[in-house]
Design a protein around this ligand. Structure first.
Ligand code: NDP
Length: 257
């Protein structure tokens, strides 16, 4: 393989939300390794700085920017900074999310709000801030990608995951529907629905039943690694611009549901 084969994303400007850990962190590294300049965003600045240092040490370009995507003004401000410092964004990986399963009868309105604010509204604010530059990039003849992280939970029923699953169904349906508007403008949209990935996501779970289910799954299934999803995102983005991998499920081989 030649250097130009490996730098399939050279000249691309990417934004990754939820880049301080897990799938987002790994994807930022994968995109940068293929030549994209990557704005890495999340709330934990120290983690972003460390990631940016690793990317730069490997010869890539990274811009670490603290961002809470539930604040639409903050997302708009970050979009302006990325435009100034890296150029026009043509690859958005809208990935930040939180999973807080609990029986509905526990009436955890705080957790419902947290999941809706981040998984659903945070995605919309990301789209609001970056779709204009994706459309502009495509209009000028380049590739443009809006890639969202949904979940297998968008399609499957899991006990006590109702609110999380509903937020991910929103992610899938929104992204699929946007294809109708953005596809004709040559902006590709992609929904990725992973099964279980070994990340910090499970560490936020407070419900004992869900924790037990996840621990049982970890004993019987080899979870995906964040790098497995990262490779997929890079593969999606490096396709010729008339090719849109629009809706992808990636599962641990042993995961049945
Ligand atoms: P992690 O918990 O490792 O990553 C979540 C990321 O979201 C972190 O970088 C976190 O950073 C960021 N984040 C949380 N709140 C906010 C906020 N308000 N504003 C901006 N960023 C925020 O888990 P994963 O990597 O697993 O999760 C990534 C995505 O993958 C999520 O959407 C999740 O739902 C989805 N997913 C995960 C699966 C799994 O099994 N792990 C399976 C299917 C889908 P910080 O705290 O620094 O802000």
């Amino acid at each position: 393989m030649t250097t130009s084969d490996t730098h399939t994303l050279s000249g691309r400007v990417a934004v990754v939300t939820g880049a301080s850990s897990g799938i987002g962190e790994s994807t930022a590294e994968a995109l940068a390794a293929k030549g994209a300049a990557v704005a890495v965003t999340a709330r934990r600045q120290d983690r972003l700085d460390a990631l940016a240092r690793r990317i730069e040490a490997a010869g890539g370009t990274a811009l670490p920017l603290a961002l809470d995507v539930t604040d639409p003004d903050a997302v708009a401000a970050v979009a302006a900074r990325v435009q100034d410092q890296l150029g026009r964004v043509d690859l958005v990986f809208a990935n930040a999310g939180v999973m807080l399963p609990a029986p509905i009868e526990e009436l955890r309105r705080d957790q419902w709000d947290q999941q809706i604010d981040l998984n659903l509204k945070g995605l919309l604010y990301t789209i609001e801030a970056f779709v204009p530059s994706l459309v502009a990039a495509a209009a000028e003849g380049g590739p443009a990608d809006l890639i969202s992280t949904s979940s297998i939970a968008a399609q499957h029923l899991f006990p006590n995951f109702a609110v999380y699953s509903a937020t991910k169904a929103f992610v899938t349906h929104l992204t699929d529907h946007l294809r109708m508007e953005l596809g004709p403008k040559l902006v590709r949209t992609t929904t990725i629905e992973p099964g279980i990935v070994a990340t910090e996501l499970q560490s936020h779970v407070t419900d004992a039943g869900a924790q037990a289910w996840l621990e049982g799954a970890a004993r019987s299934i080899q979870f995906l690694a964040p790098e497995d999803v990262a490779r997929l995102v890079a593969f999606v983005a490096e396709q010729p611009r008339h090719v849109n991998l629009s809706h992808i499920r990636i599962l641990p081989t042993q995961q049945q549901s």
